[in-house]
Design a protein around this ligand. Structure first.
Ligand code: AMP
Ligand code: ZN
Length: 692
């Protein structure tokens, strides 16, 4: 069994780890039903580290390491260690071989030579290409025969290729490249795909039973592996391909720039056990996309702790298995043998846990299952002793409760909870336990629906101002200070501290202590812009909702003016900065007041009943750009006018979020949101002011 392994110039993210977990469960299942498995997982320590990419600053980690004087080898070693540590913490059995690409360049050169000699490959200026036209089966695995059909990939034509489908086996080294090897075609380095063929064949021969990877590997990586391996040795190269579906975070693809790429350390830093992630992955079939949320991880961690408790009971050995136990065992193994259905296998484990079987039998079965599940079910839970003062509070509260002095007992409960403990009143008395670190701090939110929606209720105030903060206390401070000077009495300011890691959160809390009209919501991670706005929309009590960006400073009485304009029922939304467009592609800011196609999200306002018609915002807009356009067209679509009011007394400063985002990330993020916007509204020219 061969698994495509990590690229070691960055940390593995939890999506990569999901794919390695799938391979681990596959291997453990095969071993469990009596096969012996020889498992090879490559370490890619060459290949994609392209010199020009580094120079363009695309990979900051490696660029920084090189700048510090580290060699590519040192960088690769560092991340290889990190990868092996991650696998060990997840109970992923180590592969029997972890071949490194840099140590197998001669194998790759042999394979490339073989392909050139047999007429399957040709050389151009020190590059060697595989000639796809010579391999009629090309495209059989993926159903795709040409590059460029994958989502979001733009391919520049390579003038050296005879046919654009041809792929690189060997590449000439560009000037300045550190990792390079001599070859019959000059100094160069291997293509990415040839690495896996050469190392798989070296350790497993030219016929593999199983080859694993993520779905993004299917094309071109695995398609190319098949072509070059079968051209050299005859087919079939692989009997069974197993591809794991991707992991998403908060419903969207993980991307460094979106701020939602998590590593195992990000999970343990929040107090989770690595195995909670393993448990979570077992709840989703490998062919299904898995949506990671902090909430789901919390649920997984809780479930894991509970499952372990079931495996703890009954020390004595079970001498024979009753019929019911045999049935559970069959269900477990049948689930695994049915396309590796971990969710059903896990359900069988829970079936055992919840059954009326004797404790020793439960324990024996769960520990047997754990040889595949790999969840350390035998690990005893830690029961820490309570510090003296907490024990005393618990005791005093117990006495108060027996005397039915509820308010006093409740007050003591609060004190225990504030000290970081959980209080559970059970039939056998009160249990006090340290609150596990992975439980969200009381009051933090991890998605917009964690706060109740008040939107269908009558307004209790005139205005709600919505603000989002993230690691930018000085900017929020400037905005808030100016805002509070002009804020009417019947108003509230709702601020979402959107996953700040600096002191923005505590700073906001201190402000809220002083200012009763200010309410702060702390998100346990960056929710995305639209989701955070949705928090404020759900909680808004105002008749008028004011959407403000922290880069804007209020310099006068904006509120009376907003209320005045919004008194006209045909006006759906008013704002300070408006946009006009002729084609829904390019938008121009307008200078003067009047009707516009869209309003910019620096400052805009709408009535509660209009807001209720268009809420919630589409939470796929994680980055802020184009969310205001989406909002604007939603309001237009309801038949309302949008007005730009250039007389609103506000000043606009540099946009912090924009400035803090690296240029190439801005592009990527903006593009993604723009396509989302276009696919929704691109055909709606009927909504534009100019077309009526
Ligand atoms: P890489 O280090 O990028 O070569 O990826 C290592 C493995 O992780 C490959 O098998 C990929 O297909 C897989 N992979 C990459 N991204 C994800 C993701 N978001 N979810 C699951 N697997 C992934
Ligand atoms: Zn591979």
């Amino acid at each position: 069994m061969y698994s495509c392994g990590p690229t070691v110039y960055r940390y593995a993210h939890i999506g990569n780890l999901r794919t390695y977990l799938m391979a681990d469960w596959l291997r453990r299942t095969l071993e469990g039903i009596g096969y012996s498995v020889l498992h090879v997982k490559n370490i890619t320590d060459v290949g994609h580290m392209r010199q020009e990419q580094l120079e363009r600053g695309e990979d900051k980690v490696i660029a920084a390491a090189l700048a510090e004087g580290k060699t590519p080898q040192q960088i690769a070693e560092f991340y290889t260690e990190a990868f092996l540590r991650d696998e060990a913490r997840l109970n992923i059995l180590p592969a029997h071989h972890f071949p490194k690409a840099t140590e197998h360049v001669p194998d790759m050169l042999d394979l490339v030579k073989k392909l050139v000699d047999a007429g399957y490959a040709y050389e151009r200026h020190g590059n060697v290409y595989f000639d796809v036209s010579r391999f009629p089966d090309y495209g059989r695995l993926s159903g795709q025969a040409a590059p460029g059909l994958e989502e979001g990939v733009r391919v520049e034509p390579d003038p050296l290729k005879r046919d654009q489908r041809d792929f690189t086996l060997w590449k000439a080294a560009e000037p300045g490249r550190l990792l390079r090897w001599p070859s019959p075609w000059g100094e160069g380095f291997p293509g990415w795909h040839i690495e896996c063929s050469a190392m798989a064949i070296r350790y497993l021969g030219p016929r593999l039973d199983i080859h694993t990877g993520g779905v993004d590997n299917i094309f071109p990586h695995h398609e190319d592996e098949i072509a070059q391996s079968e051209a050299a040795y005859g087919g079939p190269f692989v009997r069974c391909w197993v591809h794991g579906q991707h992991l998403l975070v908060d419903g969207v693809k993980m991307a460094k720039s979106t701020g939602n790429v998590y590593t195992l350390d990000d999970l343990t830093r929040r107090g989770f056990e690595p195995l909670a992630f393993r448990y979570l992955c077992a709840t989703v079939h490998y062919r299904t996309r898995m949506n990671f949320t902090w909430d789901s991880l919390r649920a997984a961690q809780k479930a894991l702790v509970r499952l372990r408790l079931h495996a703890q009971q009954g020390d004595e050995a079970a001498d024979s298995l009753p019929e019911e136990a045999v049935q559970w065992r069959e269900r477990f193994w049948n689930a695994l043998c049915d396309d590796l259905c971990l969710p059903r296998a896990l359900a069988a484990a829970w079936g055992v846990a919840r059954s009326a079987l004797p404790a020793p039998v439960k324990r024996a079965l769960l520990l047997e299952f754990d040889r595949v599940l790999g969840l350390d079910l035998a690990r005893p839970p830690e029961v820490p002793a309570l510090p003296g003062e907490i024990e005393e509070l618990r005791e005093r509260r117990h006495v108060l409760r027996t005397q039915k002095r509820w308010p006093e007992a409740d007050a003591l409960r609060e004190r225990i909870v504030e000290a970081g403990y959980e209080v559970r009143d059970t039939q056998r008395g009160t249990v006090v336990l340290p609150r596990p670190p992975w439980l969200a701090a009381p009051g933090t939110i991890s998605r917009s629906s964690d706060v109740p929606s008040l939107l269908s209720e009558a307004p209790a105030l005139e205005f709600t101002v919505s603000l989002l903060a993230r690691d930018n206390a000085p900017e929020v401070g400037r905005c808030l200070q100016a805002l509070l000077r002009w804020l009417p009495a019947s108003a509230e300011v709702l601020v979402v501290d959107n996953g700040s890691s600096d002191d923005t959160g505590p700073w906001l809390d201190a402000e809220a202590e002083r200012e009763p009209r200010l309410r702060v919501f702390h998100a346990d991670h960056f929710l995305g812009t639209a989701a955070a706005r949705n928090v404020t929309i759900r909680q808004a009590q105002g008749r008028i909702f004011v959407w403000l960006d922290t880069s804007v400073e209020v310099t006068g009485d904006v509120f009376s003016r907003l209320a005045e304009v919004l008194a006209r029922p045909e006006v759906g939304m008013v704002g300070r900065w408006g946009l006009r467009t002729a084609d829904l592609h390019s938008f121009d800011e307008v200078e003067e007041s009047g009707e516009v196609d869209a309003l910019e999200g620096y400052l805009l306002a709408l009535r509660r009943e209009v807001l209720a018609q268009i809420a919630p915002l589409d939470e796929k807009f994680r980055f802020y750009r184009h969310l205001d356009l989406d909002l604007s067209l939603s309001v237009r679509d309801r038949g309302y006018l949008l007005l730009c009011d250039a007389a609103l007394p506000v000043a606009r400063h540099a946009h912090g979020e924009w400035e803090r985002t690296a240029p190439e990330e801005r592009d990527r993020l903006s593009k993604r949101n723009f396509y989302r916007f276009l696919s929704k509204w691109g055909g709606r020219h009927d909504l534009l002011v100019g077309t009526r």
